[in-house]
Each structure stands twice: as structure tokens, then as C-alpha cells.
Design a protein around this ligand. Sequence first.
Ligand code: PEP
Ligand code: MN
Length: 362
Amino acid sequence: MAHELDIIPGSEWGFFTLPRPMCIAGPCSAETEEQVMETAKGLHAFGIHVYRAGIWKPRTHPGSFEGVGTPGLKWLRKVKETYGMKVCTEVATEKHVLECIKYGVDVIWIGARTSANPFLMQEIADALSGTDIPVLVKNPVNPDLDLWIGALERLNRAGIRKLGVIHRGFSTSAPIPYRNDPGWKIAIELRTRYPQLAFFADPSHMAGDRKYLLELSQRAMDLGLDGLMVESHCTPDQAWSDARQQLTPASLQNLLESLVIRDNTSDNEAYKEGIDALRTRIDVIDENLLKLLKDRMDVSRRIGQYKKEHNVAILQAGRWEQLLADMVERGAQLGLSEASIRAIMTAIHDESVRVQNAILES
Ligand code: PEP
Ligand code: MN
């Protein structure tokens, strides 16, 4: 089922700037008035005009720094007054929303632990009803696209039309160098379904370490996302939360300057002709792939029939492992990556098993 969203694109919110990336930056947490103002000064100096700072922090362990709470909103107001920046913070409850409205917070974001919770999302949506504050929704901690879309729908039904998203990666137990699994596939899927959604990546929470910020930011730009939300702190190593992943305003400026920003498209005639020819070739190959898949499934069906007649189980694990190993090896000879061959063959095999099962049960 298609879930429609009635959205005002970021370009009409009044503070989105081109060229890409539109960068929202600021510390993980507001800690002291001095730290908030010092960081804002450094960011404002090179043109950052939307400032983030966490006021209420969702922490894994009680007793970790859980944010300064309402007094921090006064510091954000001072950032607005002093530097003319828009300010942005995370809300997780009705009370947070009401406090933000009271103190003139310009943009709010929903954290990953909150967007995963429909009760909290509904509470926040109800509290926001009647306002036109832009809301950026981070992906839920688990890779569940529908849950993410559901959170957007709740806000949209409450009348919030200035909606955007922040992709910050997913919790994983897999051994990866990053804090979170980037899971770009889900972001691309959401981008494709709702191209009008303002789309940010949060390389800081994805990375967990400042050394990965550049590669992840570059990836987000190569995927054509609109912007970045990056954690920046005047003295990152002394930060009260997420110290390893934060970087100084000066380092952030360097990072932004070293990004290679490619156009989403080009009006150049030679480019258009070339890309059209290549796309036509891709279309023909895809059509052939479909025909081959159909032929393969027809054979699977006949195998299912055959196994049924001879009372043989569908899954012959040894045969499948051998087939996969052969394909991986032959793929490698053709320059195809093991990961892609595994993913494609596993999907084809799953469907083949499903088809055979249907025969057996018929
Ligand atoms: C944050 O932005 O500081 C934060 C807590 O992020 P997330 O919800 O992505 O973990
Ligand atoms: Mn953080």
C-alpha cells in the first residue's frame, strides 16, 4: 500500500541553502553556556547557519550525562540572538515539544530511539499539531523502513508538512568499523519513494569516530542527499557525550571543503546522449535478465514436480552450497564481487525454494 505524504520541500522552508550540502552542525549536547556559544561562534564564522545541540539526551545507561534540560534552551536562544542562526534540538516527549515552542526553537529532530516508538511518535505529533515547525525524523535504531515511514505519517497527519529525514545508520551486532551499519539501501529506498523529503545524513552517529566522517559524508553526497547533520564541539575530546565522533568547527570546515560534490544531473547535450544510450542498454539487459529468471523458475517448478513424484525433500543443502561456491568463484573470474553474487544467488534460490514448496503443497 502506498502511504502518501503531503510535504513542503526543504527549498521552501526559508533557510535551506545551495550548493549542497546544507550542513546542520553543533555539539552532541549543550553542556555549558560557554561551550554552546564558543562552538556557535566557530561554526558561524564559516557560514553554518543551522545550529544543533542536544538538550535532553537519550543515554544507554542511567547516570551518564542526560542533558542540561530547559536552561540549555536559553543558551540556544542566545545563539539565535547573537549569530542569527536557526537552532535545532531533539525532542522525545510532549513536554520537550512544549518547551521548544516556548523558547522559539526553529527546527526539531526526533531521535532514533524515539522514531522506533509509535506511542511516543503519536504523543509528539499531537503536541506539534497546529504548529508549522520543521521536523527532521531520524531513522529508527532497527532497519525497519515502514516504522520510519509510519513516524513521518503520524507527524504529517497532525498537520506537520515541513518534514525531513536524517539517516544515521542502524544498530548491528555485526563486526563493522563504524558505530552503526550505514544501511544505505534503506535510505535509497526512502529517497526513491519520497523524493520531495528533505534528506540529511548524520555521519557522526553512523561513524562513532571522527576518522570516518569524511568517507561517510562523501558517500552521502554521492548518493545525492541534500545535507549533513554533523556533531561539532569547541573542545571535542572534553565533550560530555560522544567525544570520539565530534570535531572542531575548523576541522568541520576542512571536511566540508574536501567533499567532492557532483551534480545530480547535467544539461550537457553530449552527457544526455551518452547516458540515454547506456540506459537503453541497461533496459535491454534487464529485460533479458527477467526472461532468464522466468526460465529458471519454470525449471524449478519442474524440479519441484519431479521431487514430489519421487518423494524427495526440497532443500538439498549440499547441492546449494556447492552451487553457491561455484557461482562465487566464476563470478570472481568475471570481476563480480563475492557479496553481490551471494546476495543475488541467495535471493534467486529463496524464490526457487518457495516455488518448489508451492508445488509440493499443491
Ligand atoms: C544525537 O543526535 O545526538 C543523537 C542522540 O542521535 P541518535 O538519535 O541518532 O542516536
Ligand atoms: Mn550524539
